[in-house]
Structure formats: C-alpha cells, structure tokens
Design a protein around this ligand. Structure first.
Ligand SMILES: Cc1cc2nc3c(=O)[nH]c(=O)nc-3n(C[C@H](O)[C@H](O)[C@H](O)COP(=O)(O)OP(=O)(O)OC[C@H]3O[C@@H](n4cnc5c(N)ncnc54)[C@H](O)[C@@H]3O)c2cc1C
Length: 405
C-alpha cells in the first residue's frame, strides 16, 4: 500500500484546507452563526454549502455522475480530516454523519429506482436522512443496541409490503430528516432475521416521541426516539433481500465508522492546534508554556495518538477499497481514534487552563462532542471483543501480512 496522495487528492485536500481556514473557522467565534443546538444555523449553512458546491468541494464520496468527486475511502481520508478541522466542516461539504454513511450504502446496494428516489436528493443536499437501528430497552432488557439480535421492532408482511410496529431511539437527525433507513425484524432466524427498509417522513404510522436531550452539541434534527404504530412500507422500498438487514448494516457500518475516524482525526488535530498556539504564546516563568517538558510530553503523546489512529484509518480505508470488509481494521481504527480524540481534546482543554473550560474556543464543544465517540457505531468494548474473537479464530494469522499468494 502506498499512502502518497495523488495530485488530484492533494489539490482537493488543499482546497478544503483553505476553505476551512478562510471561510469556516472564522464563523465559529460568532454565536450568531449557531442554531439553538450549537450547530451551524441553517441560513449560514445554506450559504456556505452553495459556496463549497460551486468550488467542486461537494459529496466527495459520491460518483461524479451523481454530483460528487468519486473518491475512494483512502482518498477521502485526508480530505475529511481537513474538513473537520472546523466543527462546521462536514455539514458544509455534505460529508457529515449520518447522511454520509447512508449515501455510501445506498450507492452500493440500492436498485437504480431506489437510488433515484432515495439517494439522489441526499446527494443534492435537498433532504437529510436518518438510519434507525438502535432501540430503547424494554421491560425484559431487550432492544437493539450493541447486540442486533435483540431487535424487537417488527415488520410483518401485508398484501403489498410491510407493516412496522416498535420503537427506535438515538436516531440522529430524525427531526429534520425526510428519508429514513430502518432495520426491523422479519423472522426469528439468527443470521437472517433482520431486514432493511426505506420510508419517507410524510408516511403515516410513525411519530417522533421526543428529541432526547444530550450532553454534547447536536446534529441538525437531534437524536430522537421514534414510535412505529402501523407504518406501511411498500415492498419496493425494501433494501436488499428479505433477511439481509444485518448484512446491510455491516456494509454500511464499515465505511461509516471509518469516516467518523477521518472526521475525528481532524477535530483532534484542531484541538492540538489551538492548544499549541496558546502554549506558544502564554508566558510561564521566564519562558513560554510550550518550553515546559511536562507540556511537551502532553503534546507529544497526543500527536502520536493522532498519528497512530490516522495510520490505522488509512490501512482500514485501503482494505475497504480492495473490497475487503476490513472488520478487524475498522474496529482497531475506531477504538484508537476515539481515544485519540478524547486525549487531544482533554490535553487542549488542560493546556488552555480556564480558557479551555470557557466557550471562547471550540475546545469545550469538541470535548463534549468527543464523549460519544466511544459509544456510537459500536462501543469500544464491543470492538475489542470483536478483535479478541478474530484472534481466537485466526490464531497467528491475525498478524498475517498482506502479501501476494
Ligand atoms: C450521539 C449518538 C448518536 C447515535 N446515533 C444513532 C443513529 O443515528 N442510529 C442508530 O441506530 N443508533 C444511534 N446511536 C446508538 C448507538 O449506536 C448505540 O448507543 C450503540 O450501538 C450502543 O448501544 P446501546 O446504547 O444500546 O448500549 P448497550 O448495548 O446497552 O451497551 C452499553 C455498554 O455496555 C457495554 N457492552 C455492551 N455489549 C458489550 C459486550 N458484548 N462486551 C463488553 N461490553 C459490552 C459497553 O460498555 C457499552 O457502552 C447513537 C448514539 C449516540 C450516543
């Protein structure tokens, strides 16, 4: 594998970097640019989305024919990292979760008709989308979370399609989304018991119970609890085959977890940039804070953590680009990058002193946001467990090399 960037990717990366530095980072200091949930306001977003799009910095992950730039995952990584040096970046470039993961999986598994109806409007920035899988725990402790086998939301056959009953929660963006992807139980089969469906917000038979209050800043549309009470879904809006829900989830979650890693690496780098600028300026005794060895140790450790996560991300991206599921590699990247983001945000906050605890810099925003990284798309404990089960199954092959056979 070769992680040198092609001239095309390097040109995109530098254009994104300039856009972020000159257009987005200056917005962060003015509270007027935020909505009530600490995200970029819709008016400001619309303006900067139009600008990014006119510069060809739009939906890089989508094919050119669809209006994107046709990048593979290893090509996306350096660009996504640059985007999320601003907390507003991914939304502006139409590369934010969950739309990003939803677009990639629809492009991969949707039929042509499904892509036209459900995918293209997301690529065009006309609608937002949600992915509804996780469920609140019921009275007997069941509900899809780390273990999809506990899915209780049911899809039952009708003459024309499916009827849905159940509950989901923590569905990112649901209050603003128009297009939804839903995972529901269609049988008791251990591996083939779940199926995936698409529905539109305007269809009757479901409602948002509440927008769940959370500790961090919120994506547009928040994180919502949904109730399904007879939602009718046509069989044309079933994704893949009946029983392929778990497979679809795996196809979606590999790249989606990895694009989280790419964005989080950008946020982690930004945290350190802010901390280093401060430490270089702040006097400490006869010198500057950055000259203190203990400060250097914190910065060096955080920088090394970021780079470790980035290399794991690039390796997993390369594997996915080869057509591999890269389950081990994605799990490793997800755990390491989530921790690297935590340490970078925490280090930055610490080095900024009281200012780090204030809202004068985006570090406290990043610090609160970062806590979800160890939970979403698989808790770190579960990814470690996955790695252990690979080690048990593969033995020494776990550490095998990629070599021509
Ligand atoms: C901000 C945010 C956004 C989200 N967005 C979405 C979304 O858009 N769509 C969606 O479907 N879901 C979403 N989720 C849900 C998220 O994917 C789940 O929270 C996650 O899968 C964990 O499931 P759970 O919360 O039910 O925790 P549980 O499965 O109950 O696990 C709780 C804890 O138990 C431990 N644990 C669980 N299983 C194991 C194990 N096998 N071995 C060891 N320890 C274990 C872990 O520490 C874990 O954190 C979101 C969550 C958050 C916080």
């Amino acid at each position: 594998m070769d992680f040198n960037l092609s001239p095309k990717v390097e040109a995109l990366r530098t254009s994104i970097r300039t856009f972020v530095d000159e257009r987005l980072i200056p917005l962060e200091a003015d509270r007027a640019n935020y909505d009530e949930h600490e995200n970029i306001s819709q008016e400001v977003l619309a303006k900067f989305r139009a600008e990014a799009r006119s510069q060809g910095l739009w939906a890089l992950q989508m094919p050119v024919a669809r209006g994107g730039r046709g990048l593979g995952l290893a090509e996306m990584a350096p660009c996504y990292e640059e985007m999320n040096r601003s907390i507003f970046g991914p939304m502006v470039f139409n590369s934010a979760a969950p739309d990003d993961g939803n677009m990639m999986v629809l492009e991969k598994v949707g039929t042509d008709a499904q892509k036209r109806r459900w995918l293209q409007p997301i690529v065009d920035g006309e609608v937002q989308s949600s992915f509804a899988m996780t469920e609140p725990m019921d009275d007997v402790g069941e509900g899809c979370g780390s273990d999809p086998a506990l899915t209780t939301t049911r899809a039952t056959r009708t003459n024309t399609g499916w009827r849905i009953h159940g509950r989901k929660w923590f569905i990112t963006g649901a209050e603003a989304a128009r297009h939804f992807m839903l995972i529901a139980r269609t049988s008791e089969d251990e591996r083939k018991g779940l199926s995936a469906f698409l529905f539109h917000a305007d269809q009757p038979g479901w409602r948002i119970v509440r927008r769940i209050p959370i500790m961090g800043p919120e994506e547009h549309g928040g994180h919502c609890e949904l109730e399904f009470d007879g939602l009718e879904i046509s069989d044309d809006d079933r994704l893949m085959e009946v029983g392929d829900g778990l497979k679809l989830t795996q196809i979606r979650l590999g790249p989606a977890r990895l694009t989280h890693c790419m964005r989080w690496t950008g946020l982690a780098r930004r945290s350190l940039e802010i901390a280093m600028a401060h430490a270089s300026q702040r006097r400490s005794g006869t010198g500057r804070l950055i000259e203190r060895e203990s400060v250097q140790a914190l910065i060096g450790q955080a920088g090394m953590d970021i780079q470790t996560g980035r290399l794991l991300t690039m390796y997993a991206a390369w594997k996915l680009d080869q057509g591999d599921f890269a389950r081990k590699e994605v799990s490793m990247a997800k755990v390491v990058v989530a921790d690297a983001l935590h340490r970078a945000a925490d280090t930055a906050l610490q080095l900024l002193g009281a200012k780090g605890y204030s809202r004068d810099t985006p570090v406290e925003w990043i610090y609160r946001y970062a806590r979800q990284a160890r939970l979403v798309d698989g808790a770190s404990e579960v990814h470690r467990m996955v790695l252990a089960s690979f080690m048990r199954r593969e033995g020494t092959e776990f550490f095998g090399w990629d070599a021509p056979r």
